[in-house]
Design a protein around this ligand. Structure first.
Ligand SMILES: Nc1ncnc2c1ncn2[C@@H]1O[C@H](COP(=O)(O)OP(=O)(O)O)[C@@H](O)[C@H]1O
Ligand SMILES: [Mg+2]
Length: 256
């Protein structure tokens, strides 16, 4: 069984506090991943940028269309912070005996018009065949049209799940699932199912996510679901249930 797990930036970092880790969550994620790995479930991890990626990318307008010297610096700085966050996650996995291996995004992926254009899936597959746990991440990449662009972890996870024919794609997010309205509101209710043909939830998109927040995540999730992958969005607590397809409080993403 193969599971692609997108570990949201909202889970591993404090999104409202620049460059702040949520170490308790990183530890819990590593514990749960060890359990899955020990049961011979193949795992690919893709993490987001949270408060390490988004503020740096926004500061240098990496999503805008003109390339410049200052943007080159911003690209390098974004890469630095993403590597830093990546190492923190890898460290916890390694210390639990999980052979986690970092895969540097801009070395294997490029975009065109900000859409995924080239992606070396083979290298990820080769790591899996060797019982390694590849850990990728959303990052600044070469864009053949605009110079550079941000490729989100949400896109990478959906793409890989489809290409590798994963059994399941799990999006872990800080709010624990998709609610009918922003989860801070007192009357917000967890949606147990969501489908592209149904009503979309109300969202409160924050400026803290340069790649489109929950809305963009949902469009990635729907496209994977349509290609036949089982997709779930939820919190760390129920990671195992989501991977195994067991009933628990999380959101199932249906294809239509
Ligand atoms: N209706 C909603 N249901 C769930 N989460 C929502 C909703 N509206 C806004 N959000 C926010 O979207 C966040 C998930 O999207 P995003 O910030 O892009 O997460 P990530 O860092 O995992 O990519 C949640 O943690 C929550 O704060
Ligand atoms: Mg996001």
């Amino acid at each position: 069984m193969l599971a692609v797990i997108k570990l949201g930036g909202s889970v591993v970092t404090e999104k409202t506090r620049p460059y702040t880790l949520r170490e308790d969550n990183i530890n819990l994620f590593a514990d749960k991943t060890r359990q899955l790995y020990n049961e011979n479930i193949e795992v690919v991890i893709v993490h987001g940028g949270g408060s390490f990626g988004h503020p740096t990318a926004a500061k240098y307008s990496l999503g805008s269309s003109e390339f410049s010297r200052i943007k080159a610096y911003g690209f390098a700085e974004t890469r630095y912070w993403m590597s830093y966050l990546n190492l923190k996650i890898i460290e916890e996995l390694l210390s639990r005996g999980v052979p986690a291996i970092s895969v540097q995004t801009s070395a294997i992926a490029q975009t065109r018009n900000r859409q995924l254009h080239r992606f070396n899936t083979e290298v990820v597959n080769a790591f899996l065949e060797r019982m390694l746990v590849p850990v990728l991440y959303g990052d600044a990449v070469i864009d053949v049209t605009y110079g550079v662009a941000i490729l989100s972890g949400d896109d990478i996870a959906a793409y890989l799940a489809q290409e590798l024919r994963a059994d399941v794609l799990v999006y872990l997010i800080g709010s624990g699932g998709v609610y009918d309205r922003p989860p801070g509101r007192p009357d917000a209710r967890l949606l147990r199912e969501i489908r592209p043909s149904g009503a979309l939830p109300q969202t409160s998109e924050s400026a803290l996510d340069v790649t489109g927040g929950l809305r963009h995540k949902l469009s990635c999730a729907f496209s994977a679901a349509r290609s036949g992958v089982r997709v779930a969005i939820g919190g760390l607590t129920y990671l195992r249930e989501m991977v195994l397809g067991q009933d628990a409080p999380y959101t199932r993403v249906l294809p239509e």
